[in-house]
Design a protein around this ligand. Sequence first.
Ligand code: SF4
Length: 353
Amino acid sequence: MQTLRTLEALARDGLVAPEPLLAEAAEAMAIAITPEMLGLIDRTDPNDPIARQFVPSVSETRIAPEELADPIGDEARTAVKGIVHRYPDRVLLKPVHVCPVYCRFCFRREKVGPGGEALSAAELEAAVAYIRDHPAIWEVILTGGDPLMMAPRRLSELIAALDAIGHVAVIRLHSRVPIVDPGRITEELVGAIKPRRAALWLGVHCNHPRELAPAARAALGRLADAGIPLLGQTVLLAGVNDEVETLDQLMRALVTARVKPYYLHHPDLVRGTGHFRVSIARGRELMRALRGRLSGLAQPTYVLDVPGGHGKVPIGPSYLAGYLGDDPDALADELPDELRVRDAFGETHRYPG
Ligand code: SF4
């Protein structure tokens, strides 16, 4: 089986029926579904949560007025090509724009894909020079696109170049590869990213418990055995994981695969992705339910990327809000002498302020 990359290939595989608007959706974003993800799709389920993430839908052609081409404001914070400098102590470095799969809800859906621009050797050197010239940069986050799509030798050279910059203490990679194309996590690739002087962390994007199939778990095991700490990143998606039972199973599966759940991302205001969006009220309700069910080790932080490039903030739920009302400023500044705190099971208790 090969990665499917065209509507015709999806139609031959029975995943879509010909429909003119689908061509419009496929035009707006590349298609790629790896054999591992194809193998997880339940063909008898018209609402299969794996298929929903990767198979184009006519819903993508509906653009709501509040949706944005650059929902997290990468452009506004681009310092030099390939570098997004949003916070003083860290930068994003985007060496490539290709991915092993194309997730229909992607917050960079207008940038990723085979037509996207990878950095040339000279541009990559300029991006590394920018990091070298800014001593406040403590952490470099390789993202894109998927940095694990780079050839191991090129990736190793890039990590070595970053590692040689004394003020870079942490190198973080964000990837979907261990889950969707686990065979790519070879000994050579693990060797390429193995920690050197700087600490190296890997964020793994995973949205449904079924994605943690045996091959993916084995790939994560190879990375963990190499001493690479693993973090889980999940996007909250309608029809994929917006049920407490699904999130419960996913967070447990991540922890048992030695991946610490890190962020549950509220879906961004990406153009053509209204069918994936869940309300913040629903997200908070799900988080509240998880608090009562899962150990702290399995709890992600529910975050929103503030549109316009203003960064991420945790969006709750707050366990003091029941007493103080819903005004967030009341929580941030003056607290009364006596608080009431809501426990994980929904009961409130007094606590001295
Ligand atoms: S792998 Fe990540 S960057 Fe690539 S399409 Fe999916 S969400 Fe977007």
